[in-house]
Structure formats: structure tokens, C-alpha cells
Design a protein around this ligand. Structure first.
Ligand SMILES: Cc1cc2nc3c(=O)[nH]c(=O)nc-3n(C[C@H](O)[C@H](O)[C@H](O)COP(=O)(O)OP(=O)(O)OC[C@H]3O[C@@H](n4cnc5c(N)ncnc54)[C@H](O)[C@@H]3O)c2cc1C
Length: 315
């Protein structure tokens, strides 16, 4: 395949309602579009049990069901959907490069739509040992922990999936749930792979000197404390902070850590747009994310075709 054939018109980072709406608009305009999505189950909509306030749906759906519709529609119009976590990006040249563990994607424009399910380090020792035993990406870092003792903190589908990634490198893997998650404890796949599931535990502290050496856990029922020797701690907890770490300040980020855009969803960099909860939007709703995605896509189309105006009358 030639260099040109590998080049996307637009790379969309994030497959929630913002990213998938943008993908639907761009692919329907015959622009070569790829959506890079960390996980189908990791975004805010994927987490939502019941949605009934999105226009056009006549009965309540789960967030995952609504997301399936968004995804199917974008793919039907020709967008590529790839489940892959973006770990970095070079955005200030006309050809943008987006990095994943599987390879580099090149595109003439980028839309950032990674949502706001991130969190700031909150456990004692978490920030201090980041990159020295604390990680947020098993796919990226698992290979450094061959035969080491590691744990995953979290109980989402994504946390479980990443636990299996770590298990390929070491048999000393435990999964720590902060709630009384017996379903997780009894998960047959985890049992089959000999992964220890500790439920109802609170992380009190991550300890070490140069690198992580142990964690202090507190049992939430008995309040008993235990110290577990540990080499790696992989955090898979969710919060409500925009996910911008992979950008490494490649675009302007506000003090609240959201991506700054104008009302046409343009960032400070030419050809780079953002949409949805990752931006400094004041209302976090599916409808707003989807409409941001539409505006970002039309702005990208204008940029790609060097138009003076956005094309929004499609007669
Ligand atoms: C519990 C809950 C209930 C809610 N209920 C409602 C409701 O009833 N009605 C309503 O309108 N809104 C509701 N919301 C809000 C709504 O879900 C969000 O506003 C909306 O999903 C935001 O869309 P988004 O595309 O910006 O982000 P998200 O839906 O969060 O999607 C972001 C996507 O980016 C991906 N991603 C993240 N990091 C990376 C990376 N590094 N590389 C690649 N991909 C990445 C994620 O996997 C995810 O698929 C609710 C939110 C929550 C948390």
C-alpha cells in the first residue's frame, strides 16, 4: 500500500458519542476516517445503565446499546473502528501522527474525543511513583513486569481485560476491587487463570524507595491493614476529569485540564479539533457530545477542503 493510501483524512481519538458522531459525518462525506477507541466499555456512555433523554429513542436503552447504534451507523457509512489505546500524538505538522501500541496512524486532521472519565492521582504514593511502578496502561507497560508481582486496581470490564494482558507476563497478578464485588471474585475466567481477586479493599498507600515495593491495603469490613509486596500497581479507576494525558500538552489545555476549543470545536492547532466531555463544555450530555462531534467533523471537512465556510446545507 502506498503512503497516500495509509493516510487518513481524519483520525478520531475516542469512540464515544462525540467521536462516533464525528465519524458518521466525515465518512458520509467520503472522507477516509478511522476511530481509535481504547475500549467499547470504557467511556461515560458505556457506563450508563439507562438512557431515555436522547432524542429519537422511543424506549430506554442501556448506554452500551445506544453506543452500538452510534458505532454501527458510523461503520455503515465507511468509517473504520479500531479498538486501540492512543498513547501519544504529534499534532503540529500538516500530517499528524497518532501513536498506539500497535503502530502509528497518520492523518491530515485529528479530532480528540476521549471523554472525561479520567481521574487525578488520589492515593498516597500514586503520583510519586507514577512511571516507577504505578501505571495507567497495562498494554503499554506489562512487558516491564515479566515474572513480577503486580496488581490492577479497579473492577470495570476494562480493568479485567487489562488483568489478562498482565497475566501473559507474570503469574503473580491480583485484582483489587474497592466494593463487595462477589461477581468479580467468582468470575470463572479469572479463576481459571489463577488471578487472585481481593474485594472490599481500600488502598491506603503505595510504598517504596526508588520504585514501588509494597502497597498497604485496608479491609473495608474489618478495618484490618495488610502490607503486600508489590512491583507494579495498575490503576483502572474512573473519575470525571478530561482524558488528556496522552496529549502531553500538544494542544492548549485549561487549568481544569479540558481541551480548549472555540465554538466551532477548533483547538489552537490547525487541523486539530475536539468534541464532547474532553472539551471545556459546560453540559456533559450525550446530545451535547454528539452535536460537538457533528460541528468538529464539519470544521474538519472545511479545513481539509480549504473552504471559506462550513458546508452544512447538503442539497
Ligand atoms: C453514570 C453516568 C450516567 C450518565 N447518564 C446520562 C444520561 O442519562 N443522559 C445523557 O445525555 N448523558 C448522560 N451521561 C453523560 C454522557 O454519558 C456523556 O456526556 C457522554 O458519554 C460524553 O461523550 P464523549 O464521547 O465525550 O465521551 P465518552 O462517552 O466518555 O467516550 C470517550 C471514549 O474515548 C475512549 N478513550 C479514552 N481514552 C482513550 C485513549 N487514550 N485512546 C483511545 N480512546 C480513548 C473511551 O474508550 C471512550 O470510548 C452520563 C454519564 C455517566 C458517567
Amino acid at each position: 500500500m502506498s503512503e497516500q493510501e495509509h493516510l487518513y483524512d481524519c483520525i478520531i481519538i475516542g469512540g464515544g458519542p462525540a467521536g462516533l458522531s464525528a465519524a458518521q459525518y466525515l465518512s458520509r462525506l467520503a472522507l477516509k476516517t478511522v476511530v481509535l477507541d481504547k475500549s467499547k466499555t470504557a467511556g461515560a456512555l458505556a457506563f450508563t445503565n439507562k438512557i431515555e433523554n436522547y432524542p429519537g429513542i422511543t424506549k430506554p436503552l442501556t448506554g452500551a446499546e445506544l453506543l452500538d447504534i452510534f458505532r454501527a451507523q458510523a461503520v455503515t457509512f465507511g468509517a473504520e473502528y479500531v479498538e486501540s489505546q492512543v498513547i501519544g500524538a504529534l499534532l503540529d505538522n500538516p500530517i499528524k501522527e497518532v501513536f498506539t501500541m500497535e503502530g502509528v496512524y497518520k492523518g491530515r486532521s485529528v479530532i480528540i474525543a476521549t471523554g472525561a472519565m479520567g481521574r487525578k492521582p488520589s492515593f498516597k504514593g500514586e503520583k510519586e511513583f507514577l512511571g516507577r511502578g504505578v501505571s495507567y496502561c497495562a498494554v503499554c507497560d506489562a512487558a516491564f513486569y515479566k515474572d513480577k508481582t503486580v496488581c490492577i486496581v479497579g473492577e470495570s470490564d476494562e480493568a479485567v481485560k487489562e488483568t489478562f494482558v498482565l497475566r501473559r507476563f507474570t503469574d503473580k497478578v491480583s485484582l483489587i476491587a474497592q466494593t463487595d464485588n462477589r461477581k468479580l471474585r467468582d468470575n470463572p475466567q479469572l479463576i481459571a487463570q489463577d488471578i487472585k481477586v481481593l474485594i472490599n479493599k481500600r488502598i491506603e498507600e503505595i510504598r517504596g524507595s526508588e520504585i514501588v515495593e509494597s502497597i498497604v491495603l485496608v479491609d473495608k469490613l474489618s478495618n484490618e491493614q495488610e502490607i503486600l509486596p508489590m512491583d507494579g500497581v495498575f490503576m483502572y479507576l474512573h473519575g470525571n476529569t478530561p482524558i488528556v494525558d496522552f496529549l502531553n500538552f500538544a494542544v492548549d489545555i485549561s487549568d481544569d485540564r479540558c481541551v480548549i476549543t472555540n465554538r466551532m470545536m477548533e483547538t489552537n492547532l490547525e487541523g486539530v479539533f475536539a468534541a464532547g466531555d474532553v472539551t471545556c463544555v459546560e453540559v456533559r450530555q450525550v446530545l451535547v457530545a454528539a452535536s460537538n462531534g457533528c460541528v468538529a467533523a464539519l470544521s474538519a471537512e472545511k479545513y481539509l477542503h480549504h473552504r471559506k465556510r462550513r458546508k452544512y446545507v447538503w442539497g
